[in-house]
Design a binder for this molecule. Sequence first.
Ligand SMILES: [Fe+2]
Ligand SMILES: [Fe+2]
Length: 343
Amino acid sequence: MYTQSFNVPDDAGDAKTARLKAVPGPVDAAEAALQAHFDTVIDADHKVEPRDWMPEAYRKTLVRQISQHAHSEIVGMLPEGNWISRAPSLKRKAILIAKVQDEGGHGLYLYSAAETLGTSRDQMLDGLHSGKAKYSSIFNYPTLNWADVGVIGWLVDGAAIMNQIPLCRCSYGPYARAMIRVCKEESFHQRQGYEALLVMMQGTAEQKAMVQDAVNRYWWKCLAMFGPPDADSPNSVQGMRWGIKRISNDDLRQKFVDATVPQAEVLGVTLPDPDLKWNEARGHYDYGQIDWDEFWATVNGNGPMNKERLATRVKAHEQGAWVRDAALAHARKQQQRQQKEAA
Ligand SMILES: [Fe+2]
Ligand SMILES: [Fe+2]
């Protein structure tokens, strides 16, 4: 799944203070004509395709956003993957395996979409493994009990859907098309999580307490997934101009809160925010302050699980080297055979 605004810069420094550099204008008449055509395509809400001319800053923004998104999908497999062997029934195990596999698939679509912009998968994975590239901060928290798996489906995948539905209309064709399938699968993820929690909430007092505990730990982190407030998101304006981002971080967050409160009521859990209440005048729920210092600390590598998640990814990549080598050797063999037959 997964997104957190994705307008957080990839750099080792303090991402909070990093700002998008001014987008350089065209250098000559030929480039000005290409830029004018690009602007027309964007203004008409048409799609930009891989072979079309695009401004360098647009390309770079997309590579950063799509690769961060891809990293979030595959790192997102880890907290839930830990529970496959401990799922409480065969049915839950089968559902969880399917979900975690889906997330791996989302990573593949997204790396492929980013590759169409001229960046190799090796480059992107190097960025992730070296700790330079960002991914959704939500996966740097531990999954302490079985209810966490349900809450991740309900709230984390739920937040991802909110964020990703507008991306189906993103101006870059391959990203938009990947998102259509991803969103359908996210919908299953959200429902399986919510259904697992509904069952637990009909169970023992201990099971209900587990659900409430998981909601308490994940609620605020899910609100932070939508990224910094609009006033602190300088990249968002350019993203909107380019048709990459359609709805602002704060508006998406509000939509998520408004959709989730009634679901929490049906479930019978309390969302851990004393300021959460319906505002008749606004027609929305008001909610309390998000701890942005904690968010930035986690984004910058100091969350409870950052080091472990990265170490697991690096280990998985190293241990998978023989698979990549075998696939390449097989491809070479096939190519040689085809050349022989053609000769
Ligand atoms: Fe998902
Ligand atoms: Fe996903």
